[in-house]
Design a protein around this ligand. Structure first.
Ligand SMILES: Nc1ncnc2c1ncn2[C@@H]1O[C@H](COP(=O)(O)OP(=O)(O)OP(=O)(O)O)[C@@H](O)[C@H]1O
Length: 295
């Protein structure tokens, strides 16, 4: 029998969940990510101005906003790829940016990121891409890492014959799944997804959404999704955060956020595409589908 320990050696090795490195807020089941007073600028362009946001443990949070509102920069700030001009980001109770670079690795291994284009190494096969973090970060042998990579591949819904393929021979949907498998390689607590359904056809997008929901439930993940996809919001997100005017304009359940009196919010949710997604979700609910799967 394949045990949880065999599949997720790192998780098994964490004797006390959220011990010193993670602090009390994570332990209390409250905010697993706390962004406070975040300010980001590029030259004279102010992207975020004292932005605050909480991400709750176990939720799927959808982050939306107009093009250029700073969604990807927010994601990059949280995962430590963007150094803000001011403010703090506590993730699992620890301010990543306050840690010396050599002390960041254990915390960084507790979250996985799926970037827009998968960010796979083109010179490596799919299985080698997924095995790489297991070799480099978890110290597994190549053979063990590739065994575990096959499990992650299946978890992300890829057929076994995808393992030996190179990214260039994969479809867009398969690249997303391979990127997802790699993001899951180190058994993260938090999954960050940057526009995961962009470029997928509606069926592929719906399948990917359902996969994220299944993985969240099965693995107890917290999921932070930057998205433009209304169907994703209606079918899998527990809460939605709207970025506007350099801050989080509103954050809460979809029903609350879509009622916010703001021109962009109203057009987004109640324009033709918003109405269609809402209607589709309601139909899904009637038929035991989309709405049903939302918690
Ligand atoms: N490395 C960078 N250097 C300079 N400007 C940047 C950089 N990264 C982002 N920006 C600028 O910051 C702003 C926010 O970018 P970001 O990618 O976060 O927007 P977004 O909300 O994700 O947009 P979209 O929905 O179109 O992907 C944009 O005006 C962008 O041009």
């Amino acid at each position: 029998m394949v045990t949880d320990e065999a599949l997720f050696p790192q998780k098994a090795a964490r004797t006390s969940p959220d011990s010193q490195a993670t602090g009390s807020s994570a332990q209390s089941g409250g905010a697993i990510i706390q962004v406070r007073g975040l300010t980001n600028r590029f030259g004279r362009q102010l992207v975020h101005d004292k932005l605050d946001l909480d991400v709750h443990r176990g939720e799927i949070l959808g982050v939306i906003g107009g093009s250029g509102s700073g969604k990807s920069v927010l994601l990059r700030s949280i995962v430590g790829l963007q150094t803000p001009a001011a403010g703090s980001v506590r993730i699992l109770g620890t301010d990543l940016l306050q840690l010396a670079p050599e002390r960041r690795a254990p915390l960084e291994q507790r979250f996985g990121v799926l970037f827009q284009r998968g960010a796979l190494f083109s010179s490596l096969t799919v299985v080698e891409n997924i095995a790489l973090p297991l070799i480099e970060n978890a110290g597994l042998t190549r053979a063990d890492a590739e065994h575990l990579a096959i499990v992650k591949l299946a978890l992300a819904g890829l057929p076994a014959n995808a393992a030996a393929k190179y990214p260039s021979s994969l479809s867009g949907g398969m690249i997303k799944r391979a990127g997802l498998a790699r993001a899951l390689a180190l058994d993260p607590d938090i999954l960050f997804l940057d526009e995961p359904t962009a470029g997928l056809d509606p069926i592929g997008a719906a399948e990917f959404d359902e996969l994220i929901l299944t993985l969240r439930d099965a693995l107890g993940l917290t999921v932070f999704i930057v998205t433009h996809d209304l169907d994703t919001l209606y079918t899998i997100c527990d809460r939605v955060a709207v970025l506007s005017q350099k801050r989080v304009l509103a954050a809460g359940p979809l029903e609350t956020v879509e009622a916010v009196e703001d021109e962009w919010v109203q057009e987004y949710f109640h324009g033709p595409r918003g109405r269609a997604a809402s209607h589709a979700a309601e139909m899904g609910g009637t038929m035991g589908g989309a709405k049903e799967i939302r918690r």
